[in-house]
Structure formats: C-alpha cells, structure tokens
Design a binder for this molecule. Structure first.
Ligand SMILES: C[S@@+](CC[C@H](N)C(=O)[O-])C[C@H]1O[C@@H](n2cnc3c(N)ncnc32)[C@H](O)[C@@H]1O
Length: 248
C-alpha cells in the first residue's frame, strides 16, 4: 500500500508523467494506527462471515451466502462501509469484500457481526491472486473504490486499474461483466482510462464530478474515503467499464 507525503509528487505511467498530490500525513497516521489493532487476527480468523483461505472456495463462492445470487466483489474494501450500504439496498445481490490487511478488514468484520446481513461476506486476500480465488465467470461485477495510486513508474502494474489487473478481471467476470471505479485522484483516473484502450476495454460511463450528477448519485453508495474526500470539497471521478464486445 502506498503512503502519503504532504508535498506534491508525480505519478508516472508507461508513457506519461502525471502530477499528483499524495494523501495527507493525517491519513497516513490513521492507517498506521489501524495496523496494530489488538486481537484483529483472532477476530477475523474466528468470524463465520470471513474467509481466510480463499482458494478453497474457488468455484463455490455462492454457497458462502445464505441465498445464492449474483456475486459482486469489492477489491480493497477497507472498513466495509460501501458494502454494508450496498448489501442493505440490494438483498438480491451477494456482496463480497476482499481486503489484504487483517487490521483494516477487522472493522468490516465487526460491522457485519453486528448486522448479520445474509448477503454480505468478507475475504482476506490479495488481488494479485484473483484467478486462483475465483473460477472463470464467477463474478458479475467488480468495484474498485479509492484504490491506492502507486505513483512510482516501477509500480505501474500494482495499480488495480492497470492493464495487468484488467486481464485478471477478464478471467473471473461473466461475459459482459462490469467494473466500477471511483477515485479522488485525477492522474490515476486518466491513467486508468488509458489502460482500458491497451487492454481492449471500453468505458460506458465517465464522470469527472460524480457528486454533481443527480442520476448517477441515485445508485451511489459512499465509501469511507469518499466521505472524507468529498467533505474536503474534492471532486470524485467515476467510470463504469466493460470488455469490448468481440475483443479477445
Ligand atoms: C485507499 S483504501 C480505500 C478503502 C475503501 N475502498 C474506501 O473507499 O473507503 C484502499 C484499500 O485497498 C486495500 N488494497 C490495496 N491493494 C490491495 C490488493 N492488491 N489486494 C487487496 N486489497 C488491497 C488497502 O489495504 C486499503 O484498505
């Protein structure tokens, strides 16, 4: 995960250099604090709502839920606020939150322990191994909310919207499955739109100010980061993308 500096830096991609302002030191300190949550490992490992050995559910994720239904996956779900809202609004969908840090995931696990939503489950895993965790066509939709920007050029392939990750998504999504991406980071957003072309994907919706779009906002569920950034007056960038029809 990428951490923050108070000064403006640059985000570099394959072909371009982008200006970027990193997250504040305050956010950095907040996340570091979360890394040392006492008892987090135990809470997550003992939760019936969280899978710690994700490969064993490959091909049968729907059985993890009370009522099998189309599977929507958030990658990097953090503390789970977005998924809780989505799951409450759409009981007909199964929502799975994937997060690599136990110390952050524990907050989502605690929320779910209170709410016991039948259509919300969590998994501790790294997105890099997605094709080992999900069978082809097992996921209907993927959400990427405020993904880490990884500004150094040598880390381009770690960005969750890089062509390298789009290829992994293609493997696990149903034909015509969509990815929705939200960020406050304009350079990362521009990079992501460029990567679509490289990977043979297309954007169905692009908004450079999601919160000003009444229609899109009707379906929008806020994430913890989104609440924070929009309260600071920052525009939220949003796109919904899919693999181009007929593109292999
Ligand atoms: C900036 S936070 C955003 C959290 C949440 N989606 C939100 O919008 O409030 C990014 C989250 O993605 C997680 N993450 C980053 N890279 C990941 C990866 N490769 N696999 C799984 N989780 C990842 C981080 O640990 C962190 O919790």
């Amino acid at each position: 995960m990428l951490f923050c500096h108070a000064t403006p830096q640059r985000l570099t991609g394959d072909t371009k250099t982008y200006p970027v302002v990193f997250f504040s030191i305050k956010v950095y300190t907040y996340i570091m604090r979360l890394r040392n949550v006492p008892g987090a490992q135990e809470t997550v490992a003992n939760s019936p709502y969280c899978e710690m050995e994700p490969e064993r559910r490959r091909g049968s994720w729907r059985d993890f839920f009370e009522h099998p239904s189309p599977l929507h996956l958030e990658i990097g779900c953090g503390k789970g606020g977005f998924l809780v809202r989505k799951a409450q609004l759409h009981p007909e969908i199964s929502y799975l939150g994937l997060e690599k840090y136990t110390s952050i995931l524990v907050r989502a696990v605690q929320k779910q322990a209170q709410l016991e939503l039948p259509n919300l489950r969590l998994v501790r895993a790294e997105a890099e191994i997605l094709p080992m965790v999900f069978a082809p066509g097992e996921v209907e939709r993927i959400y990427l909310n405020f993904s880490d920007p990884w500004p150094k050029e040598r880390h381009t392939n770690k960005r969750l919207t890089s062509a390298a990750f789009l290829r992994r998504y293609e493997e696990i999504l149903i034909p015509g499955g969509r990815v929705e991406f939200k960020t406050d980071n304009e350079p990362l957003f521009d990079f992501s739109l460029e990567q679509l072309e490289t990977a043979g994907w297309e954007a169905e919706i692009i908004s450079r100010d999601l919160h000003a779009d009444e229609e899109l906002m009707r379906e929008n569920c806020l994430t913890e980061y989104e609440e924070r950034f929009s309260a600071m007056g920052k525009p939220i960038f949003y796109t919904r993308i899919r693999k181009k029809k007929g593109d292999k």
